[in-house]
Design a protein around this ligand. Structure first.
Ligand code: ZN
Length: 217
């Protein structure tokens, strides 16, 4: 079983000295943990999730990937990135349903579009990690109004590893931290409408840009 992506491999030698004894390596092999990949739209979150999961699949580590059943942008049984990378995924409607769909033999649990799950995902991810699974969740950390997008922020607090992905601002090319909605809608999420959003940097982001006329009296 592999070590986390952001750590030095157990047992690796530096300057001729063994960093970790083999006992630690064995114990680590049974350990679960939680990784979160967060950021705005167009920051490559799904692509990073696919990359990490595929690496385990190449090593024949048992994996399962889940996605919220409501996200049917590209078909219901795959996670597909903007650059058309894909991996097979099981659609589930709730965090509880996800928990019960995880098989005993599964080592790596990938979850895409985590922001579309209920708050129960925080406890479910913690329970899976506690049971020795390596849980990788990708999701939006902020909604189009710049508010925390539950349950991703809570997942980040409970995670061993957090990757905050940035997009490129569609207006100026700066660091894209926010998801800007560029069509009028009061819905929290406009599904399947990539054209309805842009990535924006701190300077170019304006949460009132498109909702102003809707809310103005
Ligand atoms: Zn900008």
């Amino acid at each position: 079983m592999a070590v986390p992506p952001h750590t030095t491999g157990a047992g690796r030698t530096t300057a001729g000295r063994r960093v970790l004894p083999s006992a630690v390596m064995l114990r680590r092999a049974d350990q679960g943990w939680l990784e979160v990949i967060s950021g705005p739209m167009f920051s490559g979150k799904s692509e990073e999730l696919i990359r990490r999961v595929t690496r385990y699949q190449l090593a024949r580590v048992p994996t399962q990937i889940f996605k919220p059943a409501l996200d049917d942008r590209f078909g219901t049984t795959e996670v597909v990135s903007h650059s058309k990378l894909s991996v097979a995924a099981e659609p589930v409607e709730t965090a509880d349903q996800l928990l019960h769909a995880v098989l005993d033999r599964t080592v790596v649990v990938g979850i895409d579009e985590g922001q579309f799950f209920d708050d129960g995902l925080v406890d479910v991810a913690a329970a899976l990690a506690g049971a020795g699974k390596q849980v990788i969740v990708a999701g939006l950390d902020l909604d189009y109004r710049g508010r925390p997008f539950s349950p991703i922020p809570d997942l980040m607090l409970r995670a061993e590893y957090v990757t905050k992905a940035l997009a490129v601002c569609h207006r100026c090319g700066g660091p894209g931290l926010f998801t800007q909605r560029v069509v009028e809608s009061d819905e929290l999420v406009v599904l399947g409408a990539e054209d309805a959003y842009e990535a924006r940097c701190r300077r170019c982001y304006n949460p009132d840009e498109m909702v102003q006329s809707t809310f103005a009296v």
